[in-house]
Design a protein around this ligand. Sequence first.
Ligand code: HEM
Length: 354
Amino acid sequence: MTLLVIIPASLLLLFLAYNLFERFRYKLPPGPKPWPVVGNIYDIGPVRCQCFHEWAQKYGPILSFRLGTKLNVIVSNAELAKQVLKENDQTLADRHRSRSSARFSKDGKDLIWADYGPHYVKVRKACTLELFTQKRLEALRPIREDEVTAMIESLFNDCTKPGKEFNILSSGFKSSKTSFLAEHLPWLRWLLVPLDKEKGEAAVHNTRLDRFTREIMEEHAKAKSQNIGGVKQHFVDALLGLKDEYDLSEDTVIGLLWDMVIAGMDTVSISVEWALAELIKNPRVQKKAQEELDRVIGQDRIMTEEDFSNLPYLQALAKESLRLHPPTPLMLPHKAKAHVKIGGYDVPKARLST
Ligand code: HEM
């Protein structure tokens, strides 16, 4: 019984002493007062970007809070973003990997979750010079146009069926409160993980993903080895082509494949869904966009990417929608490799979001 009191009391004292030590040692950015052990986990609102915005109104453009015992720093103005992303770029370009992103990226062997270092530089160079070029975008255009046509046909078929409801957003993998707590309170994981029914779902999800990846890679390797003519260049072929040239491991090629799918899928579908929602709310804008399409494209053919430059109103509409509803209002968290000063405050080895 005495042990049951002594152990938690000592842990609490240790925590308070550590906090006091950090407070005197560093000049940390202001922020909501953390609770012992859980930090500010219970203060964060359900929509994180709104919560951080409210905190920024109260504490200023640089603030700190704790998830469990982990310190997080948020900056929210242009001057501080410059200090983070330009002046201290290399020190702050590591990634914090959650348990699932670490598992998924084989501990940062991809691009998105890679820490800054020789691997990141190599992969980033391969992507910039080989995958995100105008030439490659042009080469992959037939595939994009086939996919868009198939999507429009499927939407059209769904719309013409009475009573059919459709949702553009694919169903992602949702994270539960239990997973969130297990992530930030590692010492409680042994108790929380058995309660987490999503752990089983995650395992099924990962197995399906691995199987799917293997099938895609085998299909493309086979087509390449049999030199099947007339097959359109696919992004996977481009990736496989870089494997030897840039000395990329199998894990990296697979990681890059899923990086592009994940980074390019939700961001774009969320943007399209918001733009459509805004158009429905603004019939005047919808009418003007339709008029431009009728004038430039007409009724007899499908729009192609070549038409974009002749559709300034549609371009402005897309940009305004991105401004109103950015699909990533917070950046992916950056992690400090070493101690830095931002906005006159200390950022010890911690996480940092902009
Ligand atoms: C509206 C569309 C998009 C938005 C708003 C968006 C936003 C972002 C943001 C905020 C980051 C984090 C940057 C950082 O932490 O420094 C990021 C990284 C990344 N995005 Fe996107 N993205 C979009 C579309 C795409 C697409 C279509 C692809 C690829 C097909 C893509 C691939 C990536 C990759 C590979 C990274 C990691 C870059 C690195 O760490 O060096 N994104 N994106």
